[in-house]
Design a protein around this ligand. Structure first.
Ligand code: FEO
Length: 392
């Protein structure tokens, strides 16, 4: 059955929720599901803003049909060509044969690559404005937020920013649409951070450039391609968070302790470090890298200002779970953090040195020389206290 929500008198959300998939983009766990957003404008012309993932295509088509109520579809704006938003494009174009695609030149090239066919189209670039009657959309280039072809658009009549992947979140809408219908800061922000840091975190400078352009516009609503339509105080909240995240500035003072442990001896020291930090009034988050998906830990590394990584030597290298975690963190361009290492080796405790070397190309990282070295196991409280003091 169709399921839509009115954004306002002229725009309707025609997207869909999906709870059945465990993993998004083949990488990220989505225990709370995912929403695939699309918006339909009824003006002198009818305009569909993006399509949806193939998994929710059927209900999406019903939604469009119900809102159009017999009208033709004139335009499909493609802000982003990643298949979670474009997989249904050809089905829509086959159904509404007179529809013209509006997209960046790069997106139009990608349509050819993905679908092997030409479509009736209008190419838009930064600053172009297309009028549909009462409403116009002004296009804002947003390269690498999250792919190079991405455009956002702004409706000056209703002061809405259509932000593509920007300002999105993991999780379903479950009947809600506006951020004011949930406690966004308490219940959604963590998943918005995990989404941003893992999907777009690498491209901080590009996000910062788009935020600068967005700051010129008066915004009363932000409609992303995943998650809630931001309204009221949540717009300012998210703009502030995006300003921090895109410049790799920590949100809070605190220490993330991420450990890999084979038999529990490294884990035991990680817990002792956590307890000592808490004794000294520090906020601490502890993760077993063999249990918690990296996306959660990376999200918290973006949130807090310090990081302790604990790992044994393994196959002459770094324990595989810690090695994967550091590789991902470095790939996400993490910067401006203080990092210390706990290493363990029964006969060759070299993992600390190797972990430090993995951060060699990262910018503005304060890598502490003082390592805590475990030879199989440790009860060296004095060394632990000294190690913790260096983190304060
Ligand atoms: Fe939601 Fe970059 O796709």
């Amino acid at each position: 059955m169709f399921s839509t929500r009115k954004v306002n008198s002229d725009y309707t959300w025609v997207g869909a929720d999906r709870r059945r998939d465990a993993i998004f983009e083949g990488v990220f766990p989505i225990p709370h599901g995912m929403s695939y957003n699309s918006y339909l404008l009824l003006d002198e012309k009818t305009v569909l803003l993006d399509t949806v993932d193939a998994s929710v295509k059927e209900v999406f088509l019903e939604n469009i049909d119900s809102v159009l109520s017999g009208r033709e579809l004139d335009y499909v704006v493609v802000h982003h060509m990643e298949p979670d938003h474009s997989a249904s494009l050809m089905t829509v174009l086959d159904k509404y044969k007179n529809a013209t695609v509006i997209a960046s030149q790069k997106a139009l090239a990608m349509i050819g690559q993905f679908f092997g066919r030409e479509v009736k189209s209008i190419a838009v670039k930064e600053g172009d404005v297309i009028s549909f009657g009462k409403h116009s959309l002004k296009f804002i280039a947003a390269p690498m937020v999250h792919w190079p072809e991405v455009m956002m658009s702004y409706d000056a009549e209703d002061k809405i920013l259509f932000s593509a992947d920007g300002f999105g979140s993991f999780g379903t809408l479950s009947g809600t649409l506006f951020s004011s219908e949930v406690d966004f800061e308490r219940d959604v922000l963590d998943e918005a951070r995990r989404y941003y840091t893992n999907i777009v975190g690498k491209y901080g400078p590009q996000v910062a450039a788009v935020l600068k352009k967005a700051a010129e516009a008066e915004i009363e609503m932000i409609c992303p391609l995943h998650g809630h339509t931001l309204v009221g105080k949540d717009i300012q909240l998210c703009l502030e968070k995006y300003t921090l995240w895109s410049t790799y500035t920590p949100e809070k003072s605190g220490v993330v302790i991420a450990y890999g442990s084979i038999y529990g001896n490294t884990e035991s020291v990680a817990n002792a470090v956590a307890a000592e930090l808490c004794e000294r009034g520090q906020e601490v988050r502890v993760y077993d890298l063999s249990v918690t998906d990296n996306s959660y830990v990376i999200s918290d590394v973006f949130k807090y200002d310090r990081l302790v990584i604990c790992a044994p030597t393994y196959n002459s290298g770094v324990f595989v779970k810690a090695e994967q975690f550091i590789s991902e963190l470095v790939a996400h361009n993490i910067q401006k953090r203080k990092v210390a290492f706990v290493e363990n080796g029964t006969w060759a405790a070299t993992s600390g040195k190797q972990m430090a070397e993995m951060f060699a190309k990262s910018k503005d990282m304060e890598i502490l020389d003082t390592k805590f070295t475990i030879k199989s196991s440790s009860n060296d409280k004095a060394a632990l206290v000294e190690f913790v003091k260096n983190l304060l």
